[in-house]
Design a protein around this ligand. Sequence first.
Ligand SMILES: [Zn+2]
Length: 212
Amino acid sequence: MKQTIDGSGNVQFGTVRDSTVNVNTYTSDKYVQLTEDNSKTLKLSLPKVKYSAYVGASKFILTVIVGNALVLLNVSNLTKILPILPPLLVLVVIGAAIIWAQGHFDDFRRNRNRPRNGNSFAFAGNNEILREDRATNSITVATFSGACVYPKCDGDIYLMWAPDREKLAKGSKFVGICSKCGKAHSYRVDNNFIATPAPDMDWSPVKQEQSK
Ligand SMILES: [Zn+2]
């Protein structure tokens, strides 16, 4: 089962338990208050972010549609010249679309994940927490971090999207992992940015049949 692969983290943890640390005490007593790194906080104009996201998406879609249409129109001729040319050109078109829209990817991601439905903040991927300020029509992009508390680790905790099973079981959108040991040092993070070690976190993908 997939869990065996995922169990690599648990194996590591098992050795810790074998020494002296009691797992239950360890997971319930220790937590980390993640703190905002003010030097990295950005304040962005919301209309500008929205516009840039729109421009980026338009550039990308336009390049892919027009570029691939040109390739397909010429497909019989191109295939005669060199059979590998059409698929190669499709890749070139997608590459060109990525390059042209490149400067807009962050704005697209932020616009897509900004706080909605009256939430005071939202996770936007890439270790970013977004807050919307309606008075100034802007969004604040904040970065949180804290020191990893797993035994003997000196890594930093950063935020990432929660794995599927964590989303389903706990409804959490984001979790913390360690800069040194990755998913083996997982954390549940609450809305006050308190990170609690979660060595039991299941990172195995949800099988397709569940969504049917
Ligand atoms: Zn760690």
